[in-house]
Design a protein around this ligand. Structure first.
Ligand code: AMP
Length: 135
């Protein structure tokens, strides 16, 4: 597997503020936070996306994200969090090494993802739903 900026951080070759580490994942503070306290739950191995990541590892990473959510609420008194994965470059992923962003949010903090929205034609959503139904 390839070396990434996160494998270098994992191995201590690049400094970071590390909040947690185990065999499956580690947690660091994001160097360019959307809101202070923004942290990343990073897979120990450099899977590029969730498709490459074993289900148990992903489940474990989400359990750690949940703990981090609680910690951010306790320590920062934030009102909520954004928990998200940019999954491949088309979605805005810059570091090709699976990680979950956990971003503390405060009511009226003024942050916005600013997504534009698509609009369905008549019947289009139902037709697409037929194709997207999970087995
Ligand atoms: P993504 O666009 O989902 O791949 O997010 C990558 C994240 O990694 C960004 O939020 C960056 O600010 C963060 N990042 C990049 N380099 C470092 C670093 N050396 N230490 C901490 N966070 C970093």
């Amino acid at each position: 597997m390839e070396e990434t900026i996160f494998t270098k951080i994992r191995d201590g070759k690049i400094p970071s503020v590390k909040l947690y580490e185990d065999e499956e994942c580690f947690v660091i503070m994001d160097i360019n936070p959307i809101v202070k306290g923004h942290s990343l739950v990073i897979a120990a191995k450099p899977y590029r996306n969730i498709g490459e990541c074993p289900q148990e590892t992903l489940d474990h990473m989400m359990a750690i994200a949940k703990k981090l959510d609680s910690k951010l609420r306790e320590e920062l008194n934030c009102d909520g969090t954004n928990i998200l994965i940019n999954n491949d470059p088309a979605s805005g992923q810059e570091v090709p090494h699976l990680h979950i962003h956990v971003i503390p949010r405060f009511l009226n903090d003024g942050r916005s993802f600013g997504f534009a929205h698509d609009r369905y034609e008549d019947g289009e959503m139902a037709r697409l739903g037929e194709r997207l139904r999970l087995g």
